[in-house]
Design a protein around this ligand. Structure first.
Ligand SMILES: *Cc1c(COP(=O)(O)O)cnc(C)c1O
Length: 344
């Protein structure tokens, strides 16, 4: 019963019609991609500045990532770069979108709400609708992040056909390990539940499975932890906002660096508060800052290595990634635990 309770709490909090709890965020993405039709050999468009799981979930289905550049303010997928890239490589053929260079079907777009900051999701959605491409939002880091649409706050993960969350130990709330799919679509929700429970057909005693499913469901014990964690979510969000404003204040007079803030009309959960170094030669400086901090036991981190630079994805299809390359070398993730507020 804890699984349904937890799902209801997530649906209530996000405003999604359905939440389907699964064993982790990577599985949530893989299941979402499968549900909207990603199959072996397909390409899925995503930004290169994200956690490796975004690309892995596509690879687990036999597909490959197709990297498109980011924008500097949200650090998420750039809608203009997306439109330009599609105009450059994509052709419509028998109702499908084909990359005319690789010959592969482009079957979905996966923007990521990086560090909890909402991507420019309304504009991205418009491009997806123009091209008739399914939209899956990787909202793994964005529980509590919202976008204001005509005076209403819409939760990240509720713009696409499906949104996905993670409740891994490092996320804003945790179930030990866990994830969820968010959707308003009755059929997708039903199929998500079916395929995540070994595709067993409901019957009091017959054991009959009508397709190849997965054992993806979130265990009951983890869901119970999730229910208790949900009680702390609002206070964690409040602490994170306060911590962000403190950092912002500390850095306001430092010319060479800025604390990144939520874009206009957005509310970030500030899952990972991020410092951006300005100027041209920042790589060495960043190395020095991180090293110095580690000597004082302050565990700063550079942002992820861009996925197109990892050995398994270096040959994947890719547009011009100038902004991703420019941004990723100047970002430092700061200690962002809400518990830090207790010491300030
Ligand atoms: C954490 C994370 C995931 C994967 O979630 P897990 O629960 O760790 O599998 C996917 N995408 C992003 C952007 C993440 O930060």
């Amino acid at each position: 019963k804890w699984v349904s309770k937890f799902e209801n709490k997530i649906a209530d909090f996000t405003g999604a019609k359905y939440a389907i709890a699964v064993s982790n965020g990577t599985v949530a993405l893989r299941l979402a991609l499968h549900l909207i039709g990603v199959r072996a050999g397909d390409e899925v468009i995503m930004p290169p500045l994200t956690f490796v799981a975004t690309a892995n979930s596509v690879a687990h289905l036999g597909g490959s990532p197709h990297f498109v550049d980011i924008e500097s303010d949200s650090l998420g997928l750039c809608p203009i770069a997306l439109e330009n890239r599609l105009n450059e490589v994509a052709i419509k053929k028998e109702g499908k979108i084909i990359n005319r260079f690789s010959g592969k079907k482009i079957s979905a777009v996966v923007p990521v709400h990086v560090f909890g900051m909402p991507a420019n999701i309304e504009e991205i959605k418009k491009v997806c609708l123009r091209w008739n491409l399914p939209l899956i939002e990787d909202a793994a880091e964005a529980l509590g992040s919202k976008v204001r649409i005509s005076n209403k706050l819409i939760h990240c993960g509720c713009f696409g056909d499906i949104g996905t969350l993670s409740f891994n130990g490092n996320k804003i709330i945790t179930t030990g390990g866990g994830g969820a799919l968010l959707t308003d679509d009755d059929d997708l929700a039903k199929l998500a539940k079916h395929l995540s429970t070994t595709a067993k057909v409901n019957h009091p005693w017959d054991l009959f499975h009508d397709q190849i499913g997965w054992n993806d469901r979130l265990p009951n014990i983890n869901a119970a932890i999730g229910c208790s964690q949900m009680e702390e979510l609002n206070s964690k969000l409040k602490s994170k906002r306060l911590l962000h404003s403190k950092f912002k204040q500390y850095f306001k007079d430092i010319a060479g660096a800025e604390i990144i803030s939520e874009p206009n009309n957005c509310e970030s959960n500030y899952w990972l508060i991020t410092l951006r170094l300005n100027g041209d030669e920042v790589e060495e400086l960043r190395e020095k800052i991180i090293l110095k901090a580690h000597e004082s036991k302050i565990f700063l981190r550079p942002s992820w290595t861009l996925l197109n630079q990892l050995p398994m994805y270096k040959n994947a299809s890719s547009g011009n990634l100038k902004q991703a390359e420019n941004q990723s070398k100047r970002l430092i993730n700061l200690p962002s635990s809400p518990q830090l507020m207790k010491n300030l």
